[in-house]
Design a binder for this molecule. Structure first.
Ligand code: NAP
Length: 244
């Protein structure tokens, strides 16, 4: 039997890179996609996968990418992130729009573009990385909350629209995971990013990757709709146990 193909977006870092490694270890041929091609090429060489440049905010880039993916059995929609922590009162249109592009429109574009290959596989699967932000609004989370809530809606609608067809749709909503996420959110400010995880034990990218691999390896008749996964030290978006 020929190797099954998984596409992982945002695979140049964090949860995406860890998921690509976990899936490759389970025998998948993984197409790793993001903007930083140098990182992708190193990862593809390590796991025997394929590196392809992809900017999910650029419709042309998504179309070109999808045209190069002949077969796809699994799509992991992971590319995304947060920008800033501004309040609604001080919300910046540009930040909101960029978060919408990266998380919502990006997930829509890539999913829509790869649907033909996923359905043609006869047993397709989409696993989208949402967030606790998709479930719980919190002060300073405005644009990211709105974007991830929309991502949750997209997953739910797609699952309903695809009933009776060979496509499973899952979403994983993590709490705090220590990756480059906070460095990006705080525009490269490492000290600010470190404070997010100070005095507590966050999840690591591999914890989420294990969940991706687990969902992807359920038998075909089983659809894991949603998984909400948190560090033991976190019980809600802003209630975190920290040791001083
Ligand atoms: P990360 O280390 O910053 O990784 C983000 C990935 O997304 C990178 O590979 C980045 O690659 C890619 N990306 C960003 N913009 C992109 C674009 N326009 N086109 C293609 N790829 C793009 O953060 P992470 O924590 O692994 O985040 C992965 C996902 O988990 C995100 O959807 C995030 O919202 C979600 N999440 C994270 C946490 C957390 O606490 N870390 C919690 C809940 C949910 P390039 O820059 O190379 O393009």
């Amino acid at each position: 039997m020929s190797q099954r193909v998984a596409v992982v977006t945002g695979a140049s870092s964090g949860i995406g890179a860890a998921s690509a490694r976990a899936l490759a270890a389970d025998g998948w041929h993984v197409v790793v996609a993001a903007r930083r091609l140098d990182r992708l090429e190193a990862l593809a060489a390590e796991i025997g996968g394929t590196a392809l440049r992809l900017d999910v905010t650029d419709p042309e880039s998504v179309e070109e990418f999808a045209a190069r993916v002949d077969a796809c059995h699994l799509l992991v929609n992971n590319a995304g992130g947060a920008l800033g922590t501004t309040s609604i009162a001080e919300a910046k249109d540009d930040e909101w729009l960029r978060m919408y592009e990266m998380n919502v429109m990006g997930t829509l574009r890539v999913t829509r573009a790869l649907l033909p290959q996923l359905l043609a596989s006869g047993d397709g699967q989409v696993i989208t990385i949402g967030s606790i932000a998709a479930r719980e609004p919190y002060p300073g989370g405005g644009g990211y909350n709105a974007a991830k809530h929309a991502v949750g809606a997209l997953s739910g609608v797609l699952r309903k629209e695809m009933i009776g067809r060979p496509l499973r749709v899952s979403q994983i909503d993590p709490g705090l995971v220590e990756t480059e996420f906070s460095v990006v959110r705080f525009d490269g400010d490492q000290d600010k990013a470190d404070k997010v995880y100070a005095g507590m034990t966050p999840l690591v990218a591999e914890d989420i990757a294990e969940t991706v691999r687990w969902i992807a390896s359920r038998p075909s008749h089983v659809n894991i709709d949603n998984v909400f996964i948190m560090p033991r030290d976190q019980v809600s978006a802003q209630v975190v146990h920290r040791v001083p």
